[in-house]
Write a protein that binds this ligand. Structure first.
Ligand SMILES: *Cc1c(COP(=O)(O)O)cnc(C)c1O
Length: 356
């Protein structure tokens, strides 16, 4: 705290990202990064973009990328907004669609950035409690005063709400914007992007960070009615016109064009997830049904925090949340098959030594 800080800085509670440790080499399964590299075609596009043109500003409207993305999503270019990672898109969305005097709703146990943005922009919120299975009682999200935000699949549990539930939530909030954060949708869920032409109050947010192996490039999208997209553009252009650099534009464009690589990587991760889930269940773990690139797991005989530390000692980094209701769980990102073999074997050995 310093006397030079603004009242905003004094009052915010910043998000704490999963650690990116430098002390040793870990099998890094704590921030849901993709274990596979970006498509070779994307890397080549990045190399091509790293040239003399970097002296020029990038296209502030991201026209070419929005056209490519529009084709991919079956939408119009004016239904697409591009941001510097979906975190930025979400932050802009809080500013564009939510008001301080109208509280928004989001489920308990969700992406921990939502309350951070709400506090930053001084937006009131009500947290909707989950049932015993950590499911969202969807009717409790109907008729919000100020809007709704949910991640689907849910972070950090991986559970998926069916598209029928999403459309009911949107339909029952026609006076405000419903944001569906689909960071993990490519790992087995159905996107709400198909509902955009039916609902002018629906904003779908996606990212190239997870399923397209581009977390380091920072590219996220919002998909929605053109008037919502216009609102996001107004915020962006009051802040920084050039949020997406030339290299990121080239990478994102090529990523949409190389559909085949993306499909095969996502399929591999889904396959490894299902195998890992079933082996963990055989070891006595509760494994929530996940449609994401991670598993949320709990074991009756070992405290999650102990297992987190034991795994860390063995060079495996996972995520432990020291929060009520989920402090008996660990979130483990799905790595490649050999990573997961090592993880499963290590856990098996640790469980055995705990029982002695
Ligand atoms: C990873 C993640 C994001 C942020 O993704 P970026 O595009 O890398 O900023 C947003 N929402 C959820 C739920 C996430 O897990």
């Amino acid at each position: 705290m310093s006397r030079y800080w603004s009242s905003i800085v004094k009052n915010i509670e910043p998000y704490v990202p999963g650690e990116q440790p430098k002390d040793r080499k870990y099998i890094k399964l704590n921030t849901n990064e993709n274990p596979y590299p970006p498509s070779p075609r994307v890397l080549e596009a990045i190399r091509r973009a790293a040239g003399e043109d970097l002296r020029l500003y990038p296209d502030p409207d991201c026209s070419e990328l929005r056209e490519t993305a529009a084709e991919y999503y079956g939408l119009n270019k004016n239904q697409i907004f591009v941001g510097n990672g979906s975190d930025e898109v979400l932050a802009f969305s809080f500013m564009a669609f939510f008001d301080p005097e109208r509280p928004i709703l989001f489920p308990d146990i969700t992406y921990s950035f939502y309350p951070v943005y709400a506090k930053l922009f001084n937006i009131g919120y009500e947290i909707v409690p989950l049932d015993d299975q950590l499911n969202i009682p969807e009717e409790k999200l109907y008729k919000s005063r100020g809007g709704v935000i949910i991640s689907n699949p849910k972070a950090p549990t991986g559970q998926l709400l069916p598209i029928s539930s999403i459309s009911k939530i949107v339909e029952n909030n026609m006076d405000s914007v419903v944001i569906i954060d689909e960071a993990y949708i490519d790992f087995g869920g159905e996107s709400a992007a198909g509902l955009i032409d039916s609902y002018p109050n629906l904003l779908v947010v996606q990212t190239l960070s997870k399923s397209r192996s581009l977390a380091g490039m920072r590219i996220g999208f919002a998909l929605g009615d053109s008037s919502l997209i216009e609102a996001l553009g107004r915020i962006k252009n009051s802040f920084n016109s050039y949020t997406i650099d030339r290299i990121a534009l080239a990478a994102a464009n090529e990523s949409f064009r190389d559909e085949e690589y993306f499909r095969s990587v996502s399929a591999k991760i889904i396959c490894t997830r299902e195998r890992t889930a079933s082996e963990l269940k055989d070891m006595g773990f509760t494994v929530l049904d996940s449609k994401a690139n991670f598993l949320f797991i709990s074991h009756p005989d070992v405290a999650a925090r102990d297992l987190f530390e034991l795994l860390r000692d063995k060079g495996i980094l996972v995520r432990y949340f020291n929060k009520p209701r989920i402090d008996s769980f660990l979130r483990i990102t799905i790595g490649n098959d050999s990573d997961m073999d090592y993880v499963l074997e290590t856990i098996k050995n640790l469980l055995q030594s705990c029982r002695i």
